[in-house]
Design a protein around this ligand. Structure first.
Ligand code: PGA
Length: 266
């Protein structure tokens, strides 16, 4: 059974002075042993958030990592530098694909770098609105998965078993508009199918958690967790609000319990 994961992407919000207190407040409001909680603050807030989350069971993640381990790359942060600060890392977020021109090739190599460095990557994929409207959303996302797996040398599912994939339709991010649960579920199937098409076994592909991301709130998370193929959410705007996070994780805990019972009584 896959675990349910709720990951908070704080993006370019919070400061080292206030991030620790916010993280502590969210951790206290979201206690749920069956739900994996991850908070991804900006780099400069990682240390205070790590300290604030100690003993809470919530984990810390970065929002990005460089593909190489060191060198002349002004302003960049490597996986080696993140050691001791985080155990997770978002890779290939659509805002970085848009603003930093990250390609599937680079994203795949970053996913591989995370795995080599012992970080769990939350690898983001998702189509643009015109892809969805033209009926080619699944084809686009399958291609994103295939290209990145090839570039990262990740045709072996054993190597990639700690990967988490976040399906984030670009048109749903920060817009207040969410995908439909059924569409997200179909996409999760397409993503796992793409893993299999690239050399993973069926069992390996089925073991990978697929999250939904895009305007998730306490009010909308239920629709996604009602889909057995969806294993949680990557939350942006609402993840800065403790009450929203409390509602989201409470729904996730209910879903985790229901899934556990379903496994016990098939
Ligand atoms: P949002 O962001 O929840 O604000 O839409 C999600 C994300 O970008 O990961």
């Amino acid at each position: 059974m896959r675990t349910i994961i709720i990951a908070a992407n704080w993006k370019m919000n919070t400061t080292p002075a206030d991030a620790g207190a916010l993280a502590a407040e969210i951790a206290a409001a979201t206690e749920a042993p069956d739900v994996t909680r991850v908070i991804c603050p900006p780099y400069v807030c990682l240390a205070p958030v790590r300290d604030a989350l100690e003993g809470t069971g919530a984990a810390v993640g970065a929002q990005n990592v460089h593909v190489l381990d060191g060198g002349a790359f002004t302003g960049e942060i490597s996986a080696a530098m993140l050691r001791g600060l985080v155990t997770w890392c978002i890779v290939g977020h659509s805002e970085r694909r848009r603003d930093q021109c990250e390609t599937d090739d680079l994203v795949g190599r970053k996913v591989a770098r995370c795995l080599e460095s012992g970080l769990r990557p939350i690898w983001c994929v998702g189509e643009q609105l015109d892809d969805r409207e033209a009926g080619r959303a699944e084809e686009v996302v399958r291609e994103q998965v295939s290209r990145a797996l090839t570039a990262g040398g990740l045709a072996n599912g054993e190597l990639g078993k700690s990967i988490v994939i976040a399906y984030e339709p670009v048109w749903a991010i920060g817009t207040g508009r969410t995908a439909r649960g059924a569409d997200a579920s179909a996409m999760a199937d397409a993503i796992r199918g793409a893993l299999e098409a690239n050399g993973w076994t069926h069992e390996q592909a089925e073991a990978i958690p697929v999250l939904y991301g895009g305007s998730v709130t306490a009010a909308s998370i239920g629709e996604f967790l009602a889909e057995p193929a969806i294993d949680g959410a990557l939350v942006g705007g609402a993840s800065l609000k403790p009450a929203e996070m409390a509602g989201i994780v409470a729904r996730a805990a209910t879903a985790a319990q229901a899934r556990r019972e379903a496994v016990r009584q098939p």
